[in-house]
Design a binder for this molecule. Sequence first.
Ligand SMILES: *Cc1c(COP(=O)(O)O)cnc(C)c1O
Length: 380
Amino acid sequence: MRFSTRVIHDGPTIDAATGAVSPPIYLSSTFRQKAPNQNQGYVYSRSGNPTRANLEATLAALESGRGALAFGSGLGALTTLLGSLRSGSRIVSVDDLYGGTWRLFEHYRRQFGLRIDYADLSDPTRLAPLLKEKTDLVYLETPTNPLLRLVDLKASVRAAHSLGASVVVDNTFATPALQRPLEFGADVVLHSTTKYLGGHSDVVGGALVLRSLKDLRRFTWLQNAIGAVPGPFDCFLVLRGIRTLGIRMRAHGESAKAVAEVLEGHRKVRRVHYPGLSDHPQHALARRQMDGYGGIVSVDLRGGERSALRFLKGLELFTLAESLGAVESLVDHPASMTHASVPRKEREAHGVTDGLVRLSCGIEDPSDLADDIRAALRRV
Ligand SMILES: *Cc1c(COP(=O)(O)O)cnc(C)c1O
């Protein structure tokens, strides 16, 4: 079945006990035991909850995983992932990383002696030399945030596995609608379900999806031990969001294409970053490993921060806010907002300049979004 059908029908959709087409939300924190340790599959809602189990089964099916685990946030999922490592473990990671992920990596480096090397892994020659030193995890984002660089999943997985390293892919930007890293052999997929999976800016959540039963068991133990779990109502909201993921990702892609085409070649624009543009340096790779190009477009405006701020002011349909991936269009100035915690020199070396603006294109009519961009460019 195609993806838009699977998001509706994958996972347990109809309540077995009542036939309810929209399964109930089980708010109960605990479950009756007939005798000590004799239960009906649930004991205590940190360890397991039926609404959470529905979400987890759906995520596992859509990402082609052996199982999935839901968390209270994307960073809650990452904390649990890091909880599986020993002190002194080594991670090789992309350098153009979500700011909160970088902050948590650095915390673990300082507090627990984790060793981390960051590199621009969109350059396929960079990974192999880094793996010569013993590596536990290769941590990838593709497309990266906010520069929309791509990492070759198949080649990275092959290189990492040949030297015994596991591969984790943060699939928040692409979602399983556009890219399924486990099908390329990756071991773990991480999500901030706050973004496209939830899709309506009304819930914070995260997930890990595992390719092997061994990892599923290991991370299920950690999920319960660490306890960064989501509440049942939040699980319901993410599940409800997922049911429209197929149609939303198509609409986000159409919006982003319209926006990127207005920006491309405009005299006030230094550079547009969007994998769907034929002059994106990795457009061919995007066609190979993705089923679409997503809803995020970044633009580097000539004239630095002054231009960026005028552009932001000129936008009416794009709301200035952190986060991304919801039905409404949002805009972010990475240098002063989402990436402010990254030191200026490091930031600029990666291409996150003061003139860079990140657009999360919503599912409004693409022509209206294109008009809004044209009007804002006139104000620059
Ligand atoms: C938002 C985000 C995270 C963190 O998720 P939270 O739900 O905010 O904790 C991680 N990775 C990416 C790519 C994100 O966009």
